[in-house]
Design a protein around this ligand. Structure first.
Ligand SMILES: Cc1ncc(COP(=O)(O)O)c(C=O)c1O
Length: 441
């Protein structure tokens, strides 16, 4: 891994013989070479790989007696989980988090400076309009979308569009928990398909997921089906899309994501982005239901502006904030939003090449226009036991962790292809999947 000093003036504390010295903070280069810590982790995983390649272990994993030769190269990182997702290339605990103001109040000048820097960098990198509000909220993406739904849904009918588990979860919460007095329509499609989004109404609130993480189906770029002259609000759970897909901010009134997805950050904190129209809803509509403190965004009928200036509702982890800042610096250093989107698309491209050359592998999303470039879901022409064995074998080989499809989704593989994953690793993984297919009984 290579590091270069950042030009940001940020400082990093590093341990030197029992004390700490302050040095310029370093930014990690987006070079696929593994960090020292990652090498250490791989070394710790080395033994199961060797054991699994022994004949007895191979038999136990269901491999055929005469296995084809293993591919020469393993992915430098076996982390293909769809959340928490892989850390960015070059991530190193000490270097990345060394500047965290641990043991300091998040409301101190230093703590607030970190939080506001993360909000400012988020706005700049994502191109969020100046009149949109951004806040860090409790409860990860779930917390962010729930607080928005509980605070704002109710005055007009709601269209809930869903095509996989998380979107279905939001529908269930709206119907079974919120129990709105207004009509709620569900607009839905099976795993692998996108529903008829054009059947939504601009006079209704629309709740949808930009990228269905468990089906690998995303909204078509641009979201033209959202009416520019709408009177309802759009609520978009974009957790596995932000920093990997273009977000048309003019179409989005409430947008949520968490740090643990595309940026490979830490879980537990959510991001909530509100358009001026969403703010107007908050200030004009007071739900009759009780709202817990962690959901409240207004004071005396007005938006609590301080919440969107870094004065978070409750205590944040300064370690996680530092980790998020480090990820934002990595995006910046990698060339910004366009560059990280391109990295993610290149990863999908590697799997498209894999599907192209293997007639037994297919995308769950058959239409390329709606195919996710983050949570890429594959179905394989084999029974689910063989898929399970494949997932187990690849993990045992130290090649890929956590790539089994989501529990409610059709059996198959789900391979995270967000920007923090290196394309070379996806290419290498594809060869191992071919090997596993040929090897397993
Ligand atoms: C589309 C979608 N929404 C919501 C969530 C929940 O995210 P979190 O656990 O960060 O709240 C996930 C997690 O995978 C997701 O994929």
């Amino acid at each position: 891994m290579a590091f270069v000093p950042a030009a940001t003036g940020l400082r990093l504390r590093v341990p030197t013989a029992g004390s700490f010295t302050t040095v310029p903070r370093c930014r990690s280069l987006p070079i696929p070479a593994p960090a020292a810590a990652a090498v250490g982790r791989r070394a710790r995983h080395a033994s199961p790989v060797m054991i699994a390649s022994e004949p007895a272990a191979a038999a136990e994993a269901g491999t055929a007696a005469a296995s084809p030769a293993k591919p020469a190269t393993k992915p430098a990182s076996p982390n293909f989980s769809s959340g928490p997702c892989k850390k960015h290339p070059g991530y190193d605990l000490a270097t990345s988090l060394g500047d965290a103001p641990l043991g300091r109040s998040h409301r101190s000048a230093e703590g607030m400076a970190k939080i506001t820097e993360s909000l400012d960098r988020t706005r700049t990198l994502l191109g969020i309009p100046d009149d949109y509000r951004i806040a860090i909220v409790p409860g990860s993406d779930t917390g962010a979308i729930e607080m928005a739904m509980w605070s704002m849904l109710g005055p007009v009918p709601v269209d809930v569009c869903y095509w996989e588990s998380f979107g279905k979860g939001w529908l269930d919460d709206i119907v079974k928990q919120l129990k709105l007095d207004v009509p709620v329509r569900s607009i839905t499609a099976d795993y692998g398909q996108l529903p008829d989004l054009a059947s939504t109404s601009g006079e209704h609130d629309i709740v949808f997921t930009w990228n269905g993480t468990t089906s690998g189906v995303k909204v078509v770029d641009g979201a033209d089906w959202i009416d520019d002259a709408r009177t309802g609000l759009t609520f978009c759970d974009a957790t596995s899309a932000v920093f990997a897909m273009e977000m048309p901010w003019d179409k989005l009134d409430v947008t949520t994501y968490s740090w643990q997805k595309v940026l490979g950050g830490e879980a537990a904190h959510g991001m909530l982005i509100l358009s001026p129209r969403a703010v107007a809803r908050l200030e004009s509509f007071t739900p009759a239901r009780p709202l817990p403190k962690v959901f409240r965004m207004t004071k005396g009928g007005k938006l609590d502006e301080k919440l969107f200036q870094g004065a978070v509702i409750n205590t944040v982890s300064m370690l996680c904030v530092e980790d998020y800042l480090d990820a934002l610096l990595w995006v910046d250093f990698s060339g910004g939003l366009e560059a990280v989107i391109a990295r993610s698309r290149a990863n999908l491209g590697a799997l498209e090449a894999f599907v192209e050359r293997n007639e037994w592998a297919h995308f769950l999303a058959t239409d390329p226009a709606v195919r996710s470039n983050t949570s890429v879901c594959l179905v394989l022409d084999m029974d689910k036991d063989k898929v399970k064995a494949m997932v187990k074998l690849l993990a045992a080989e130290g090649v890929a962790y956590d790539i089994g499809s989501y529990r409610d989704a059709p059996p198959g593989l789900r391979i995270w292809c967000g920007a923090t994953v290196d394309t070379d690793d996806v290419v290498a993984l594809a060869e191992w999947i071919e090997w596993a297919n040929a090897t397993l009984a």
